[in-house]
Design a protein around this ligand. Sequence first.
Ligand SMILES: CC(C)(COP(=O)(O)OP(=O)(O)OC[C@H]1O[C@@H](n2cnc3c(N)ncnc32)[C@H](O)[C@@H]1OP(=O)(O)O)[C@@H](O)C(=O)NCCC(=O)NCCS
Length: 176
Amino acid sequence: MNSISDATRPDTLKARPAKRADAPAITEIYNQGIEDRIATFETEPRSPADIAAWFEDALAFVSVVDPAGHVVGYAVAHPYADRCCYRGIGEFSVYVRRAHRGRGAGQVAMAALVEAARDRGLWKLMSRIFPENRASLGLMARMGFKAIGVHEKHGKLDGVWRDCVIVERMIPENID
Ligand SMILES: CC(C)(COP(=O)(O)OP(=O)(O)OC[C@H]1O[C@@H](n2cnc3c(N)ncnc32)[C@H](O)[C@@H]1OP(=O)(O)O)[C@@H](O)C(=O)NCCC(=O)NCCS
């Protein structure tokens, strides 16, 4: 018997543009990732108002919902830098609710984010991932991202220097 219930099978998960009403659920999901200490240098929990502010500058923002409409994950891309020459580069993050990890939600989120970024005219998505984050590196490899190098001692998390693997994926439709 499959241990994954019908309600959490990947083919029942759908991505759609994130809505402001998703902010409380996205806050919970992000705060789980902050608590896990595997995904981000951030250590302070966020509020729904913090997440609502992302809608002001996100280049692409998608939510993954289960058949009941509950948000189980999201992916968001913010501008990589202010300089005009970099306007087509989105720096993204992707988070899945703990209980739903390893069931395809990350893949659904990233496929939708790439599509949304393509529609927005972005030519590249990039991110920085801790080398210890096997799930995230595995997801990126699965989605066609290349690991292009390592920032050594890029910042401190809980007082400990951490490296970051830089990953990127071109969006060829927007490169002429
Ligand atoms: C990283 C994360 C987003 C992946 O999402 P997910 O829904 O768990 O991943 P999926 O089930 O869609 O898996 C997609 C692929 O990722 C890889 N993967 C997923 N979990 C993995 C794990 N624990 N170890 C190694 N590879 C893994 C696999 O290649 C998998 O493809 P496959 O099942 O065909 O082999 C999720 O685990 C998460 O939210 N982690 C905490 C937050 C985080 O680290 N975010 C990334 C920071 S940018």
